[in-house]
Design a protein around this ligand. Sequence first.
Ligand SMILES: NCCCC(=O)O
Length: 686
Amino acid sequence: VNLTISGLFPTTSVSSKGTHIHQFCQLSVEGVNQNKELLPGYNVNLLNGDSAVRPGIDAMYKHLYEPPTKLMIVGPSCSSVSQPVAEAAVLWNLTVVSYSATSPALSDRERYPRFFRTVAPDTCVIPARRAMMEYYGWNKIGTIHETYEIFTAVTDEINQMMSEQNWTIITTEVMTNKPADQIANLIKADARIIMAGFYINPGLLLMCEAYKQGLYGDHIVWFFMNWVDTDWVNKAEEVTSCTKEQLLEVLQGNFFTGPTFVNEQNTRGIAGITTKEFDDMYYAHFNNTMPFGSTYRMPAYDSVWAVALALNKTLTKLIESGSSKRLEDFQYSDIEMADMITESMKEVEFEGLEGYVKFDESGGVTPNVAIEQQRGDERIIVGWYYPATDTLEWVDGGPEWPGGKVPSDSSIIVIDQMFVSDKLYAALCLFASLGILQCVGFLIFNVIFRTRRVIKMSSPNINNIVLLGCVLCYSTVFFADVENSRLSGEGSCVIRLCTFVIGFSTAFGALFSKTWRVHTILTTSAKNLKKNVRFRHLVMMVLTLVCVDSLIIIIWQTVDGYTVEQRNLTATEIPDTDTIIIPQINNCSSSYGLYFTGALYVVQGLVMAFGAFLSWETRKVQVDALNDSKLIAMCIYNVALLSCLGAAINFVLDGDVNSSYGFVSGIIISGTLITSTIVFVPKVRF
Ligand SMILES: NCCCC(=O)O
């Protein structure tokens, strides 16, 4: 009695591999039919329907609508065809055994309850790749895949694995027909370890683009599925604009992971032949070549045995249950017998060509995973991953690295924290200290000679306030971003701001108040003069100005206080070392800093303008001891010039901590020194 099995093999289109696979499944059928203990009285007949990717499931429907009734389906090859076939087979109560569909999606028992396969889902390589990443200390990867579920499902599980490990996926690229942008994105993201998922032709286009854009070499590690045929690059010129040699250059040293489908023990399995004997026969049949698409020859051969064993078990169950039904009585509506066949398939276990075959809960097998490395135009097994024990074992010393060393998962980034040089800081602090000493000298001079008419007339107490402002301005220099200094950090940002702004307001506020005094004397009647120009009035003027500045600073720091932010400057790559040096500086940062600085500039600008107006108004007063208007005009001129110069230089030198600190401090010191010298030296001389 004939038992007809629907066989689905891709024999046209891109995947012509089905032709070879069918031929060897026929050998398997012969072995089954010759086995006297298996299905006695029955003869297995395997049909050959074309299930190439494009014709889809047409072949299956052709088999189903034509007599005789088929008991099971062997195939299809590709997951994109297996998914609709396995889904439709449920409605026809047919159990399906694929020999090469490896999409993880097919493990879904709710969607595909009658689907089995003599291969493992592609996700079986993820623990092996994880083990390799742990071994080499890689924790950053990029991924690129085609949009078919077989590839997206693998990327999804890679994502999950990466997040469980707390590792980083730098970029996930989805392939298009022209993958130039995706390769450019991988380069831009500095992806070094790249996991790719594709069918052969798009994969060749991707490798060609990687060649064109230079995404290969000692520092790049690609991971592919090992079901990509070893000789896929032979199609280079047919599919791409690259040569086979160029693609091999890209592939050098990269990894292909997956089961090998070879019984490593080389035991004589259920078919009575060893893997080696089978391969000798296979090679001889194809004139000592391995035709394109031979990867799945062992699982295909085993799939026929699995079908025969499941039918044999079903027959035994039918006989033992006392049923009058036999296998030949199967109808597509017979759920009871269909369930019996599916259950029997779950119980099947045997020594096959690919090793021990036993279906797991999701209908697949759990093989050891080979790690193959591309060397020349060959792939060499350099390691094994054993899922049962979660161990990685290298073969013959493991991978060889084209660059002589293990590539890193990203450029080595060296952060070069920049600080103000100790010598520069010391020199400028010395100058600032000398400036402060000069101020103290003038202060002592003011106190000693306070009774002299010339000093008395020049408002010595106000002059002392000017000197206090100068000391504050000089102090700004002490607060710099020096390594290991206590005078750096967030506090120093605020103190630096305060010493300079308050110092400036104090010095110039006091100077201008003196001029205001002279102006008032000129413009007020003798009766009102006394009450208008008392010392406390002048102090009040200075204090008002200081209070306005302080208020702005307090609001600023309350609303949006300074934080020390690390700012990266232009990175430089050190040739041949894969190292990138990023200079980093500490920056006093505040989101609304621009507005508050603007407000302070406006206040200081108004004060300077008012000072300029007063000194102009009082220019004709000839009593030198009383009137500083000419000196003030010189001070304003100097300070305005130095401020503009300082702002411009600071803008140009932004990022160069030493030059920036050096110039700004130099301007503060020279501006303050010029002001104090202009105002006080004539008095000392006089
Ligand atoms: N497993 C290789 C063939 C690809 C697929 O399953 O569609």
